[in-house]
Design a protein. Structure first.
Ligand SMILES: C[S@@+](CC[C@H](N)C(=O)[O-])C[C@H]1O[C@@H](n2cnc3c(N)ncnc32)[C@H](O)[C@@H]1O
Length: 273
């Protein structure tokens, strides 16, 4: 597996998050964001009607045909694509995230369900034996791979792009000069409130994200604390990698307002002719 390796969860959080975890003592159940304990919390915070989803879906609408959704997770893009009549292959490494997707599919009408193929695989080395006019890698999930993993991803994507096919991916950069670490209270779809910490010093090559329920159970029971460290890849580095791999950037769209801490750019690429 070539996902950038994270240190043991919880050991790598920023100072504010580390203090919070230490305050929980033995109650803290440390996990990653996409594993058995973390996946439901991550998914509770997923958004569906947001600029990134709208931009990716608009890109897909430019041409007919099936879609390969990489790092699909619980189906933030897969589900609306299926609802819009597309055939979708949803690929993800995490059995837990795919379990959440399968649960959503089980509730969907049969024709929608029948258009979805769920694949558990590593996006940096996969072979589906077919090509797609659309390949997506959203949610800035490219940052989950190290340099070798990204090279494998570009190779795998090229082997799955149909003639004239488009590979859309989003990238994350720091867009402000705010504090190294932020702490926010956010509410999930279930109504549960969470504390979300991000430690990302300007110029750092990685950032850490920590998520835990804001109101731990009053009975003194365990508290799930998800922590992951993910890489940061500058747009200039990413574009150089894409060019070297044989992918030409056709368009760049900034998806976030200027000055926001999270600067998200959508790149639309095709195989270099
Ligand atoms: C930020 S989440 C995005 C999930 C979904 N696209 C969404 O927007 O909610 C990143 C996803 O990448 C998956 N992932 C991490 N490393 C991966 C790899 N090497 N290959 C495939 N999926 C991977 C995780 O399991 C997780 O579901």
């Amino acid at each position: 597996m070539t996902t950038a390796t994270a240190p043991a969860p919880g050991t790598d959080a920023g100072p504010l998050a580390a203090r919070r975890i230490a305050g929980l003592g033995a109650r803290a159940r440390l996990c990653g964001l996409y594993d058995t304990l973390g996946a439901p919390l991550y998914q509770d915070l997923a958004t569906y009607d947001d600029p990134e989803t709208r931009a990716l879906l608009a890109g897909v609408r430019t041409a007919p045909g099936p879609v390969l959704d990489l790092a699909a997770g619980a189906g933030r893009f897969t589900l609306p694509l299926l609802a819009g009549g597309r055939e979708v292959t949803a690929l993800d490494l995490s059995a837990d995230m795919l379990g959440l997707l399968r649960a959503e599919l089980a509730k969907a009408p049969a024709p929608m369900r029948s258009r979805c193929t769920v694949v558990q695989a590593d996006m940096s080395a996969f072979d589906l034996g077919r090509r797609f006019p659309h390949v997506l890698l959203g949610t800035t999930s490219l940052s989950l791979l190290d340099a070798d993993g990204r090279a494998g991803l570009y190779r795998s994507v090229l082997a799955h792009l149909a003639d004239g096919g488009r590979f859309q991916l989003t990238a994350l950069e720091r867009g402000d000069d705010g504090p190294d670490e932020t702490a926010a209270r956010v509410t999930g779809t279930s109504g549960t409130a969470y504390e979300l910490y991000e430690h990302w010093p300007a110029g750092a090559t990685s950032r850490s994200v920590t998520l835990l329920p804001a109101d731990p159970p009053a009975d003194g029971g365990p508290v799930t604390v998800c922590t992951d460290r993910v890489g940061v890849i500058g747009l200039d580095v990413l574009e150089a990698e894409l060019a070297a791999a044989g992918l030409t950037v056709l368009t760049r769209s900034l998806l976030t307002p200027p000055g926001e801490r999270h600067r998200v750019t959508l790149l639309t690429t095709e195989a270099t002719r």
